[in-house]
Write a protein that binds this ligand. Structure first.
Ligand SMILES: [Zn+2]
Length: 547
């Protein structure tokens, strides 16, 4: 009797504690308002920010505004006594000198860049000259221990040119037990294939273009190969990239393989089998490239709200600050203001940060608000941050990222890009239900969007990362209307000077998104929990599980 009385007492006091904590959570969440989201967005999209382009006067205005606002809402500098982290970058423009030639089974094939072959060089070398570099066909170019898959097994590509297929076997077989079926895994991305070939020691990597697997036609890699690329500066210990990276267009690849007595289509089918073996081709490639390098430095901006018990452990809330600056005028407007890409998200991050700062009882773990630079150039700021984090990597417990949050009012859905990767999805589902909303797995997972925004470098170092926002189902107007608004944005404003702030924007939906992310993050920083990757996630084995 006595025992059970004590038990009841303990339970009641626990519940009481948790009730008051829930009250604190509610009050803090109530500081997130549509009006404040509007003000942040309006400011960040003002012409005085000059389109927020890295290395331009717009950068100076933007980063000092962000640091000032972080201080105003009660955060401290995240990098020692500085709000800023220098991100050194190298711009490389590559010129392909003369034709690229391939000797295939005694036949000389001549390829012209960029029409037949789209290559660039991320190398620090000024001149890259390869004469008769042996070529090795490496299937999909994938090493995935969780699937028992290794396309580089029993072949040596060191100092050679690896030739690989785009995407992964799941797409071409439709077999959901093979990788993730039609949903693109990280192994399907061209960035992965470049990195893996570099880890294998290849001097060059060529991906055979195929529109379904790439998600775009050959004109995209073609154009990118003749546009100067911006790269993170290499630091000691990094695996250097391959000297030459690029794509073969489908017809050029067909020509090459048929000269060797193969068909690309048949090889693609065969390479979908697990026991398939990569092989050295009876071919070698000759190419000459000249690089011009320009060094430049941009800034990440971040603040920290230190935890009371475990200040070294943190969650990161982030939204990139960079956009395209001032460019070609369209309809008399030349400033790329980037209100939706990514003003609304920076507003979302500030409002979440402010909610944390408003808590009377500070959280046990720290909260970092991060505004990375150079997302548009390839996630460079966030990649630099994860390579040089202000806390130990294993102490970044979770990352919440967003990009292009549409200010079109309250939504029924919370669309999760890369749904099924981590337990954060399940935590979000609980909060979504409280808001009367449902979780919507990204409707187009084959486009690999999860690998194309700033949370991705966090995933690559093993940090469970969430990219979630209401997007597809308006509470008032339904799904078709929301799809039409998104399409309208993508066709008339996305990456255009018309991505301005407009008074008719409705921030109530983004306010709900911010409250949802705030609550999930709050549960993590007020506890010892470490959300895990799900079994089968390609990021599950990166860092040892800590419970
Ligand atoms: Zn963006």
């Amino acid at each position: 009797m006595k025992n059970s009385f004590i038990t009841t007492l303990v339970l009641v006091s626990l519940l009481a504690a948790s009730c008051s904590e829930e009250g604190a959570l509610r009050r803090a969440a109530a500081t997130i308002t549509a009006d404040e989201l509007r003000n942040y967005t309006m400011t960040l999209a003002a012409d005085s920010f000059m389109g927020r382009k890295p290395f331009s006067p717009g950068e100076t205005v933007t980063v000092s505004y962000l640091a000032g606002e972080l201080e105003k809402i009660g955060f401290r500098p995240a990098f020692g006594d500085s709000w800023f982290q220098s991100v050194p970058m190298t711009e490389i423009s590559t010129r392909v000198a003369g034709p690229v030639t391939i000797m295939a089974a005694g036949r000389r094939l001549e390829l012209s860049a960029p029409d037949d072959i789209a290559i660039e060089s991320p190398s620090q070398k000024k001149i890259v000259e390869f004469k008769d570099l042996p070529m090795v066909f490496c299937g999909f170019g994938i090493v995935a221990p969780e699937y028992g898959w290794d396309d580089y097994r029993d072949v040596d590509v060191r100092g050679k040119c690896a030739v690989v297929l785009i995407n992964d076997p799941g797409l071409y077989t439709g077999d959901t037990t093979l990788f993730k079926g039609r949903q693109m895994t990280y192994y399907g991305r061209w960035t992965y294939k470049y990195d893996e070939a570099a880890r294998q020691g290849a001097s060059a990597i060529l991906i055979i273009h195929e529109t379904l697997g790439a998600g775009y036609d050959y004109s995209i890699p073609r154009k990118s190969s003749i546009t100067p690329g911006l790269y993170m500066e290499q630091v000691e210990g990094d695996t250097p990239p391959c000297d030459v990276c690029g794509w073969l267009n489908g017809e050029a690849a067909d020509g090459l393989f048929s000269a060797l007595g193969y068909s690309v289509q048949t090889l693609r089918k065969e390479a979908c089998q697990k026991d398939w073996q990569s092989f050295g081709m009876e071919a070698s490639i000759t190419m000459n490239l000249e690089n011009t390098h320009t060094q430049n430095t941009s800034m990440n901006v971040a603040g920290i709200l230190p935890g009371t018990k475990n200040p070294d452990e943190c969650v990161v809330i982030e939204g990139h600050w960079d956009h395209f600056g001032i460019g070609e005028a369209e309809n008399g407007d030349s400033i790329y203001n980037g209100a939706v890409d990514n003003g609304t998200t920076m507003a979302w991050a500030f409002e979440i940060g402010e909610a944390f700062a408003s808590l009377a009882k500070k959280t046990e773990r720290s909260v970092i608000l991060l505004f990375p630079t150079a997302e548009e150039q390839g996630l460079l700021g966030s990649s630099w941050f994860t390579a040089h984090p202000p806390v130990a990597r294993e102490n970044i417990i979770a990352c919440f990222n967003n990009d292009m949050m549409l200010p079109i009012g309250r939504m029924n859905d919370i669309m999760v890009t890369g749904y099924g990767q981590s337990e954060l999805d399940d935590m979000l589902a609980v909060v979504a239900a409280k808001q009367g909303r449902y979780i919507l797995p990204d409707p187009t997972p084959e486009t690999g969007m999860y690998f194309r925004s700033d949370h991705f470098p966090f995933a690559l170092i093993g940090v469970p990362s969430l990219f979630a926002r209401g997007n597809c189902d308006s509470r008032v107007h339904g799904k078709e209307w929301a799809a039409a608004r998104e399409k309208e944005y993508l066709t008339t404003r996305y990456h255009k000077p018309a991505d301005n702030y407009y008074p008719e924007m409705d921030f109530e939906g983004i306010a709900e998104d911010a409250k949802a992310a705030f609550e999930v993050a709050w549960r993590i920083v007020t506890s010892d929990m470490r959300p895990q990757w799900k079994t089968g996630s390609e990021f599950a084995n990166i860092r040892p599980a800590v419970h």
